[in-house]
Write a protein that binds this ligand. Structure first.
Ligand SMILES: [Fe+2]
Length: 241
């Protein structure tokens, strides 16, 4: 069965709508989200309300907790902190409560879902190198760990204790190997490709596919400016950085 993995929507409704339209074509059996529903973008409530009914499972991201006042903003840069405060005042009580109740990590169909990393999900560490992936995967049993957080789509493949990193969009999981996969970001890609990113996973063929989807970047930028959020948060969507 085919499943869709989305992450780091960051309140970008235009990007989310484009991904949901793409899902209409692929018709996955389920959709899961790896957190950071909100923060940066100007449509936090709309994104939660649009995505929530579609989700089979979800975990919380650091920007979700920051927007609920549950995470100190000391680790955030100026623009991220401003966006977190703006989101804090914008969220409905129901959406805030829903975000606050999401777990840090969740077992899902034999895989593990976590926003940042499996070892200490509440420390928001990034998995950026093979050494990071080796240490993180030693802390869990699953053969597939799905993460977001860095906004860089890619795959760490572990053969024994050794990890190898790949940016190839299509991955076939080999028997006996383990995988830590970053699903990329729907609403704020940072790999130089401004298109919305997400992941498809076929649990029968054990194939993973990183997809990119064009969306109305100008519309998302306009909404950010109209909300008086920092202009940089709009500009970076155009660059995909
Ligand atoms: Fe994020």
């Amino acid at each position: 069965m085919l499943h869709a993995v989305v992450s780091d929507i960051h309140g970008n409704l235009e990007a989310l709508e484009a991904v949901l339209a793409d899902l209409e074509r692929h018709r996955p059996a389920s959709v899961v989200c790896l957190g950071d529903f909100v923060g940066y973008g100007a449509s936090p409530n709309e994104c939660i309300e649009r995505l929530r009914p579609r989700l089979e499972a979800a975990v919380v991201g650091n920007h979700d907790l920051a927007a609920c006042g549950k995470l100190r903003l000391g680790g955030f840069n100026h623009e991220a902190a401003m966006a977190a405060r703006w989101t804090d005042t914008s969220l409905t009580a129901e959406n805030r409560e829903w975000l606050e109740r999401l777990p840090f990590s969740a077992p899902w169909r034999g895989a593990l879902l976590v926003h940042s990393s499996p070892l200490h999900p509440e420390e928001w560490n990034y998995v950026l190198s093979p050494a990071d992936a080796e240490a993180e995967m030693a802390s869990c049993e699953e053969s597939l760990v799905l993460v977001g957080h860095s906004h860089y789509p890619g795959t760490f493949e572990l053969d024994g204790g050794r990890a190898r990193y790949s940016r190839t969009p299509d991955v076939r999981m080999a028997p006996g190997r383990r995988y830590l996969v970053n699903a990329g970001s729907v609403g704020q890609p940072r790999d130089g490709d401004p298109r919305a990113g997400y992941l498809l996973f076929d649990d029968r063929t054990r194939e993973l596919r990183h997809l990119r989807v064009e969306y109305d970047v100008e519309g998302a930028m306009r909404r950010i400016r109209e909300a008086s959020l920092p202009a940089f948060l709009a500009e970076r969507l155009r660059w995909g950085e």
